[in-house]
Design a protein around this ligand. Structure first.
Ligand code: C2O
Length: 500
């Protein structure tokens, strides 16, 4: 656990979290990286130090603080070539920002190519001393976080060139087993009979989504992606890459050991001796693997049943197509490359933020050509994403915002303008499906919108929402000199020089 003022060393290290030893890229030398723990209103000061040395992996890095709005500090959003130049070997960058009114469950990860898949992922929690939901749980240990991750035995640099890569194992809190591998240690979540716990689930996959459940237990969802929800009792949750949930668990079953399961949608989706599993252990239970059985889910969490707590109402005029700006994005996949409205995203050489600050402020001037959508300030945007190409379901993430899920994938006739869930990652479904979200352009800056399957992002499934470009300089102020140092060759550009 580290405080919001810290050095985060990015290192290469051999680890064997599932019994298979491989070189990885880690924050602080562990998988997952250390929990970054803050209190609502804290100022973050995170110095990311690039100590990478392994030439078989990426040698540059950036870190993105997933879910934090970075209002006024777009340059600290951590997206390579959108908000900054990458941090080169033996260099560091100080990310300083405030999270103002945000509290809940977040995470951080690399936003440089597919480096996340080599291990640079960790949880970030902002505690709220006045949490309105705390009447539902006793805080036994503030660090009860359950991270769900897929894990690969090959480096991302190798896997980037393969279509349809499958992970080798599932790691829960950094431990797991693979098919044919040793009976390596599994994560244990300790509980005490009679107590209530807030468990924070963090979906930190590169690709896989999971059905999460705990044998013999139900639990109550109270938070989705940093936004409190009306309490919803469920017995399983589908967790997509990038999504987070808080659930309240009553330890009210017989003292014993129970399997925690994260069933993946991709390969090796079997239990087979503890794969895709961790252990819920009551105090007093023997130190042994559980012998509990999985029962079919009868109360799965459905996105349409999730409602933001104290929902202020969906912004804008209700009714499909009645927002100020109605955007339609068509996703296709041809030959392994993704495109949005016909354009395959390729990172520009000059970060989009710097292009804007250098005077390029219209979509035609901003690079990459066709992948930047400019949005006027203080408008309600309704975004419809339709997938026509194969692949998916695609978890879609928008930086700098939460959004209302008006229509979730697969629910073609149901539009919720009344009390939808508000979050920052939602599934857009697969081929032939669509989803509709709404958000307000109240945060000037270039914000990435992309599929949170890292391989798909690398394959071009992204656009940049350039929000209020003329307002950006007033909003973000002058770039800190540490930012300038990341890409000195691009300092003092003129609008005509930003292209390409
Ligand atoms: Cu979790 Cu673009 O990020």
């Amino acid at each position: 656990v580290i405080d919001p003022v810290a050095h985060l060393r990015i290192v290469n290290k051999y680890i064997a979290p599932d019994g298979f030893n491989r070189s990885t890229t880690l924050a602080g030398g562990t998988f997952p990286g250390p929990l970054i723990k803050a209190t609502k209103g804290d100022r973050f000061s995170l110095n990311v130090v690039n100590e990478l040395t392994d030439p078989t992996q990426f040698l540059s890095t950036t870190v993105h603080w997933h879910g934090l709005f970075q209002n006024g500090t777009n340059y600290a959003d951590g997206v390579a070539f959108v908000t900054q130049c990458p941090i080169a070997q033996n260099n560091s960058f100080l990310y300083q920002f405030e999270a103002r009114n945000q509290a809940g469950t977040y995470w951080y990860h690399s936003h440089y190519s597919t480096q996340t898949c080599d291990g640079l992922r960790g949880p970030l929690v902002i505690y709220d001393p006045e949490d309105p939901m705390s009447y539902l749980y006793d805080v036994d240990d503030e660090t009860t976080v359950i991270t769900l991750a897929d894990w690969y035995h090959y480096t991302a640099a190798v896997l980037n060139h393969i279509i349809g890569v499958n992970p080798n194992s599932t790691l829960i809190n950094g431990l797991g087993r693979f098919a044919g591998g040793p009976q390596s240690d599994l994560a244990v979540v300790n509980t005490e009979y009679g107590k209530r716990y807030r468990l924070r689930l963090v979906g930190m996959s590169c690709d896989t989504h999971f059905i999460f459940s705990i044998d013999g237990h139900t639990f109550t969802v109270i938070e989705a992606d940093g936004v409190l929800t009306e309490p919803l009792l469920v017995d399983s949750i589908q967790v997509f890459p990038g999504q987070r949930y808080s659930v309240v668990l009553n330890a009210d079953q017989l003292v014993g050991n129970y399997w925690i399961r994260a069933l993946p949608n991709l390969a090796n989706a079997t239990f087979n001796g503890g794969m895709n599993s961790a252990i819920l252990r009551y105090q007093g239970a023997p130190v042994a693997d559980p012998s509990t059985n999985h029962t079919a889910s009868v109360m799965p969490m459905l996105e349409t049943n999730l409602h933001a707590l104290n929902h202020p109402g969906t912004p804008g005029v209700p009714g499909y197509g009645n927002a100020d700006i109605n955007l339609k994005l068509l996703v296709n996949n041809t030959g392994g490359a993704y495109s949005i409205n016909g354009v395959h995203y390729k990172p520009p050489s000059v970060p989009v933020l710097l292009q804007i600050l250098s005077g390029a402020q219209t979509a035609v001037d901003l690079m990459p050509n066709g992948s930047v959508i400019t949005l006027e300030a203080n408008k309600v945007v309704e975004l419809t994403m339709t997938t026509i190409g194969f692949g998916g379901p695609h978890p879609i993430h928008l930086h700098g915002h939460t959004f209302d899920v008006i229509q979730s994938a697969g629910n073609t006739s149901f539009f919720n303008y009344l009390n939808p869930v508000r979050r920052d990652v939602v599934s857009a479904g697969s081929q032939g499906q669509q989803m509709v979200i709404r958000f307000v352009t109240d945060n000037a800056g270039p914000w990435f919108l992309h599929c949170h399957i890292d391989w798909h992002l690398e394959a071009g499934f992204a656009v940049v929402m350039a929000e209020n470009p003329p307002g950006v300089s007033g909003h973000v102020g002058k770039l800190p000199s540490a930012w300038d140092n990341l890409c000195p060759k691009y300092n003092s550009l003129t609008p005509s020089q930003v292209g390409g």
